[in-house]
Design a binder for this molecule. Structure first.
Ligand SMILES: Nc1ncnc2c1ncn2[C@@H]1O[C@H](COP(=O)(O)OP(=O)(O)OP(=O)(O)O)[C@@H](O)[C@H]1O
Ligand SMILES: [Mg+2]
Length: 203
């Protein structure tokens, strides 16, 4: 496929419009969560990329991590996402303060300690900056990542009562969800009023 073709987004007007509205709300200071679900190859990652690029054009920092099939390194999707900001000169690396690297190194430490540092590092780095956090292929995220993600999203929600937290989190999930743990994580997220789920249909 030619590069130009790969970059063109066909259709998905509804998804783009929802993405735009969620970016508006997130930029205004209320954290938002968007779950994009659908079958293999339907276009979830492509839509996530389109929305995150729209956010980037509006000045957001994009953090991108992904679950990996048959690879369950603790915290991999989260640490990968947080490490994305390392090359951004204006921002402190989160992976540094977390003591984690992209291989999940350091993840053996006491999870409670690690989580506290993850919270603080995330809040510090966020500051007032708009962020689009994408976790692609949540169905392959290790259990530790799922728990930490839930925890961080609830934390951001609470923190937004006291200060401006400008984050849109986009999660993609391949359906049907076979993994019970992933199904529970998705169900938990969907109970939050700030979560919207879009099911992608064929183009
Ligand atoms: N709206 C679109 N316009 C143009 N190309 C698209 C569109 N949606 C998907 N594609 C292309 O189709 C292919 C599959 O899309 P994508 O990888 O986003 O699917 P997916 O749902 O994330 O799949 P998986 O379940 O394997 O993660 C990619 O090459 C992508 O660039
Ligand atoms: Mg995908």
């Amino acid at each position: 496929m030619l590069r130009g073709q790969a970059e063109t987004l066909v259709g998905r007007a509804r998804e783009r419009e929802v993405g735009r509205q969620l970016l508006d709300a997130a930029f205004a200071g209320t954290p938002q969560v968007l779950i994009l679900q659908g079958e293999m190859g339907i276009g979830k990652s492509r839509v996530a990329r389109s929305i995150s690029e729209a956010g980037r054009h509006r000045g957001a920092v994009v953090l991108w991590g992904a679950g990996q099939e048959d690879l369950s390194l603790p915290y991999l999707p989260i640490t990968t996402a947080l490490a994305t900001i390392a090359p951004d000169g204006g921002l402190t690396s989160l992976s540094g303060p977390l003591g984690l690297d992209e291989t999940g190194g350091g993840a053996e430490e006491d999870p409670a300690h690690l989580w506290r540092r993850a919270e603080q590092a995330l809040l510090d780095v966020l500051g007032d900056k708009p962020v689009v956090l994408v976790i692609d292929d949540l169905q392959w995220a290790d259990p530790a990542s799922q728990s930490l993600l839930l925890h961080l999203l609830v934390l951001l929600d609470h923190a937004s009562a006291a200060r401006r937290i400008r984050v849109l989190t986009v999660l993609t999930v391949r359906t049907p969800v076979d993994d019970e743990r992933v199904a529970r994580t998705v169900a938990r997220l969907e109970r939050e009023p700030s979560t919207i789920t879009l099911t992608l249909e064929g183009l």
